[in-house]
Write a protein that binds this ligand. Structure first.
Ligand SMILES: [Zn+2]
Length: 293
């Protein structure tokens, strides 16, 4: 994503992972001038009538570069812009699509959660990106989804599901009827360490349902990391989260303080951004599990 002087490129690289289903692989990292906010995996699905976009990146410029990539592959209008959840690396590019006049779609619970965090997200993005943050804004959904919903693109439908609290309290998955390709948002992390901003127990509870949605021969597009296939794509994340719960419960049972549990926690191998997120996850898990029966 970074060109000379950290300027984002004008057109994102995208790959067709199933017929009519396109994915841009975000960089693994935190917001920086080097990556310009190009951190989350982004996608679009092309129907006979129109196009749906799934997540728009961490700045208006990333969103504009995604729109430019879409225009290489289809002249059809963008009728839906879907946010998989409230996190800024997934939706601060929304404003780039305003001229397309799409319906902005998100889990019903996103509105309130995002409204509370919007100013902080934008301030932090501005601090971390500088000039690359220009034009970014929080665009709230006008098409809230509670439970299940279907979007028609002409010749194919997208099945949307709003989940109980897991990665956040407003996670939404998108599955294409034509190919079974499944966009998980951050309910699935690969390579990038999973980050808990909702409920560890909730996340562990929804994982078997997510695995059941994933068809063995169909792509599973995580919020971060490489595209996988079928339920196996969830295994490393499930193992990490289960291990975290086991470790923190053992610490609580032994009467250890939060500081002691964090200090004793072994940094997990095989993941990126462990230094940035693992202790934070232990802290979140401790706060949650401390009160369980
Ligand atoms: Zn997230």
């Amino acid at each position: 994503m970074a060109g000379a002087a950290g300027a984002p490129t004008a057109v994102l690289d995208v790959a067709e992972v199933a017929p009519g289903v396109w994915v841009h692989a975000g960089q693994i990292g935190d917001f920086s001038p080097e990556n310009g906010g190009d951190l989350a995996n982004l996608g679009f699905v092309i129907g006979n009538r129109c196009v749906a976009v799934i997540d728009t990146g961490g700045s208006r410029r990333v969103g504009a570069a995604l729109l430019a990539a879409i225009r290489i592959h289809t002249p059809l209008p963008v009728c839906f812009v879907i946010a998989t959840h409230m996190h800024p690396d997934h939706l601060l590019g929304h404003a780039a699509f305003l001229g397309e006049h799409p319906e902005y779609v998100a889990a019903a619970r996103q509105g309130k959660a995002l409204a509370l965090r919007a100013a902080g997200y934008l301030q932090r993005q501005q601090t971390q990106l500088g000039a690359d943050a220009a034009g970014s804004e929080v665009v709230q959904a006008d098409h809230p989804v509670a439970g299940d919903a279907t979007l028609d693109l002409g010749g194919r439908q997208l099945q949307l599901r709003a989940w109980r609290t897991a990665h956040t309290d407003n996670d939404l998955t998108v599955q294409d009827s034509a190919t079974s390709a499944l966009f998980t948002g951050d309910l699935l992390f690969r390579t990038h360490l999973p980050v808990i901003d909702g409920s560890l127990r909730g996340w562990l509870r929804v994982l078997p349902e997510l695995c059941a949605l994933a068809r063995p021969d169909a792509p599973v597009i995580p919020g971060h990391g490489e595209v996988g296939q079928g339920a196996a794509a969830f295994s490393p994340e499930q193992a990490y989260l289960q291990g975290l719960a086991t470790e923190v419960r053992a610490g609580l049972k032994a009467g250890r303080t939060l500081t002691e549990v964090v200090a004793a926690s072994r940094m997990p191998a095989d993941w990126s951004l462990v230094d940035l997120y693992h202790r934070r996850n232990v802290t979140a898990a401790y706060a949650e599990l401390e009160w369980e029966d």
